[in-house]
Design a binder for this molecule. Sequence first.
Ligand SMILES: Cc1cc2nc3c(=O)[nH]c(=O)nc-3n(C[C@H](O)[C@H](O)[C@H](O)COP(=O)(O)OP(=O)(O)OC[C@H]3O[C@@H](n4cnc5c(N)ncnc54)[C@H](O)[C@@H]3O)c2cc1C
Length: 374
Amino acid sequence: MSEASSREADVLVIGAGIVGAACAHTLAASGLNVRVLDAGRAGATAAGMGHLVVMDDNPAELALSQHSLALWRELAPQMPAGCAFSPCGTLWLAADAAEMQAAEEKHARLAERGIDCVLLGDSALAHAEPALRPGLAGALKVTGDGIVYAPAAASWLMAQGGKRIQLEQAEVVRIEGHKVQLADGGYRTAPMILLANGIHATALCPELPIRPKKGHLLITDRYPGKVRHQLVELGYITSAHHSEGPSVAFNLQPRPTGQLLIGSSRQFGTTDPEVEAAMVAQMLQRALTYVPALAGLNAIRSWTGLRAATPDSLPLIGRHPWREGLWLAVGHEGLGVTTATGTAQLLAAQMTGATPAFDPVPYAARRFAETAQP
Ligand SMILES: Cc1cc2nc3c(=O)[nH]c(=O)nc-3n(C[C@H](O)[C@H](O)[C@H](O)COP(=O)(O)OP(=O)(O)OC[C@H]3O[C@@H](n4cnc5c(N)ncnc54)[C@H](O)[C@@H]3O)c2cc1C
C-alpha cells in the first residue's frame, strides 16, 4: 500500500484486541476513518475470562466500569450469538461474617451509584447456587454484570464500522510523530495515532509504566445448569489488586456452552507463557473449597495470559503526555474487556473535541509524567 492511500485515515489504531477494536468502533461512529494495524499476536483478549464486572476499588475504577457496563448492555441486543453475551450477574461470595460485612459495604457503595444489586443471606445463596458448599455466610448479587466472548466481540465491533474501519495485518516497529514504521519497512501516516497494543505498549513507548501480570485459567467439559452466575470470592479484591507475590482467588464462570471457566491466578515478574502446574493446582484447591463438586468434572484445557498492569491499576487513556499526535488506550490489567467500551467513549470524546461523559483526569497518562523519562 502506498503512503498516499494510508493518509486517508484520520486515526491509526495500533492493536486489534478488545480495547483497540472498541476504540476503532467508537471513532468510526464519530465519523472518523480508522486504519487498525495488528501484528496478529495472541493478546490478553484471547486469553481472558470475559467477565463484564463493575469494580469499585476506587471511584475512578467504579466510574469507568459502570459506564462501560451500561455501554455493553446497549450493544448486547445487536450482538450475534457468537459473542456469547450473557447477563448472568455476579455473585460476590462472603465466606464468613467479616466478608459479609465487606459485602454490605460494597452493596452500599454500588447502590449509592444506582447500580442494581442485592444482598443474599446464606439460604438465599444456597437456593441461587446449589453447587456451592454449605456454610457460606451469603453474597452480594450484582444484577447488571455479565459475560462476553471477547475475541468475537472485538471482531464484531470492528465489522460494525463498515468502510470507516480498515484492518491491516502489520507489526508497528516505531512511532515517529504522525507516522508509524512497519516491520516490512513501510510507513503509515495519520493526524492521530492511538496506541492500543496491550502488554506490547512498552516496546513502542518504553517510558510507559506498564508491567506484565500473568494469569492462569482452566476450562471444563460441558455441564449445563451446574452454575448460573459468575461466582467470585470477596477475597478476590485483596488478591487481585493488593499483592505483589503470586496469588490465587476463586472465580468461576458458566459459559453458554455449559462449560465452566475457572480462575484465577496472578503473578508479577514473569512473561513465560507456560502453564505452571503448581499455580493451577493452587487455583483448583481454592475453587474446590467453594464448589466441591468440581472434583468430579473433566477439565479439558488450561492456558495463561498477560495482563498489562500500571502502578495504580488504572488504565492510561488519553493524550500521551509529550508525544505530539499520539494517544493512549493501554494498561487495562485484569479489567480491559469490561472497560473497553468506556475507554473508547472517553477517548473518542477527547480525540474529537466532544464533552466526555465522565471525568477523564484519573486515567490521564500525565499522572506518571514526572517519573517517566522522555
Ligand atoms: C487470565 C486473564 C483473565 C482475564 N479476565 C478478565 C475478565 O474476566 N474481565 C475483564 O474485563 N478483563 C479480563 N482480563 C483482562 C483483559 O483480557 C485485558 O485487559 C484486555 O483483553 C486487554 O485488551 P487489549 O486490546 O488492551 O490488549 P490485547 O488483547 O493484548 O491486544 C493487543 C493487540 O495488539 C497487537 N499488537 C501488539 N504489538 C503490536 C505491534 N507492535 N504492532 C501491531 N499490533 C500489535 C496484538 O497483535 C494484539 O492483537 C483478563 C486477562 C487475563 C490475562
